[in-house]
Design a protein around this ligand. Structure first.
Ligand code: GLY
Ligand code: MN
Ligand code: MN
Length: 444
């Protein structure tokens, strides 16, 4: 993710907007992520902390962004120093000097200077803003700096007396996407949609789930997305009823459904798409009937989305269609109004309808829940969310045998616009006929 598609001017604007919200005479500290060990001396593919990335666009581990607000505002970046030996082994580093120029901060220092210099930026400020508990090592660094200042009263040092959690401020900013962010998310969706189409063409009896995953990752990479935004879920048959199934190591069987929940990460931004389709390319009568119920529920939910609406209203629309459908198929029985009121469909629709989407797949931003866990926050233009109803009937469920072992989820990514919504997920086949047509087009 070295080359971000967001212009540096936007990162500067974000820092300015954050500093405008900070109290007078305060300092904010936002750390980069650390590398994470995979085994012994090898690491997982590095993923930058998304708050840090949002404010800097800087892609190296171990860095620290400092924002100081006094009578003027200053931005400071601490980062790894240039080091020919380390760079020959582990890769190039930007270095403090170039970081200052490229990432347009007022000052940049190397990490060696952190212990000496950081307390001086905190000294004399009334408030310190940081994400306490995010990283143990970072917490220790902050507390050590505060100790230096508290113990240095005789030398004229003073430590902030107010600590503020900075996360809600950044989260609220991240919740409303800019035009540039929306453009990246549109593209991440196109790439991911093509990957789902590729998976449909590739899948057949005897394929392993991880082989389908390989096709998905191939499509991501060949279109500019190095990695998936989250561990791809490739669940055949009853594995589709495990919500976050990521083992992906079983063989696919004719006449079973395959649920794929996979999205590319592009320039740090996630797509999050789910499609469910028959391994042999043709829905059985039962599969088609249950699939259509989920699809109708998803469409009903999406159609409610506009400024001023909320997740709760979308959820009411989805649950109504799911309940009516389950009743019609004989999976639920009773009086429709009572079943809707009792939320009887939740027996099979076992997760929430959707979530914010952005730099994180389950993106930041308050949902404003009421006591019934309904998400009541009003939608505003620039918010992006998933709408992902599902029905999961495991092999032991107390229903007719023909419904057992079916797991279906359909997930699109929706942008709230000035007068409604834009579905960013435009090219992943979703209707029964479109899916069957794509699958008839095998491996082309
Ligand atoms: N991919 C995880 C989710 O849909 O929430
Ligand atoms: Mn999702
Ligand atoms: Mn998903």
């Amino acid at each position: 993710m070295k080359h971000t598609r967001i212009d540096i001017s936007e990162f500067i604007e974000r820092r300015e907007k954050l500093m405008a919200q900070m109290p007078e005479n305060s300092v904010a500290l936002i750390p980069a992520n650390k590398e994470v060990t995979r085994s012994r001396d090898t690491e997982f593919l590095f993923c930058q902390d998304k708050d840090f990335y949002y404010l800097t666009g800087f892609h190296e581990p171990d860095a620290l962004l400092v924002l100081v607000k006094t009578f003027e505002c200053e931005t400071i970046l601490f980062c790894r120093d240039k080091d020919p030996l380390q760079e020959v082994w582990h890769g190039r580093r930007v270095g403090a000097e170039k970081a200052q120029q490229d990432f347009k901060v007022d000052h940049a220092y190397t990490l060696d200077e952190l212990e000496q210099v950081l307390p001086m930026y905190i000294n004399g400020r009334d408030a310190i803003l940081f994400a306490q508990g995010l990283q143990e090592e970072f917490d220790r660094l902050v507390f050590a700096c505060l100790d230096v200042l508290r113990n240095g009263a005789k030398q004229g040092f003073s430590a902030p007396t107010t600590t503020i959690d900075i996360r809600p401020m950044i989260s609220e900013m991240r919740l409303i996407k800019s035009d540039a962010e929306i453009a990246v998310m549109r593209e991440a969706n196109i790439i991911s949609g093509n990957a789902h189409s590729r998976a449909m063409r590739f899948t057949e009896h005897g394929t392993f789930e991880y082989q389908v995953e390989a096709e998905i990752l191939h499509e991501f990479a060949f279109n500019g997305a190095r990695a998936a935004a989250y561990g791809s879920i490739i669940g055949g048959g009853e594995n589709a009823t495990i919500l976050h199934y990521t083992d992906n190591d079983e063989v696919l069987i004719d006449e079973e459904l395959l649920l794929i929940d996979a999205g590319a990460e592009l320039s740090g931004y996630a797509a999050d798409i789910t499609r469910t389709f028959p391994v042999n390319g043709k829905f059985s009568e039962e599969q088609a009937a249950l699939y259509q119920v989920v699809l109708d529920a998803q469409i009903a939910a999406i159609e409610t989305i506009k400024p001023g609406s909320n997740f709760s209203l979308a959820n009411i629309a989805a649950e109504k269609v799911l309940t009516e459908g389950l009743l019609k198929l004989g999976i639920l029985s009773g009086d429709i109004d009572t079943l809707i009121e009792q939320r009887a469909c939740k027996k099979y629709f076992i997760h929430g309808l959707g979530h914010w989407l952005g730099l994180d797949v389950h993106d930041v931003g308050d949902y404003q829940m009421d006591e019934n866990k309904q998400q009541l926050r009003s939608f505003e233009p620039g918010m992006v969310m998933t709408i992902e109803p599902g029905l999961y009937i495991d092999g032991e469920a107390d229903v007719e045998h023909k419904w057992q072992g079916l797991g279906i989820r359909i997930e699109d990514n929706i942008l709230v616009t000035a007068d409604g919504y834009e579905n960013l997920t435009v090219n992943a086949p979703k209707t029964i006929s479109d899916i069957e047509a794509m699958m008839a087009n095998k491996k082309n």
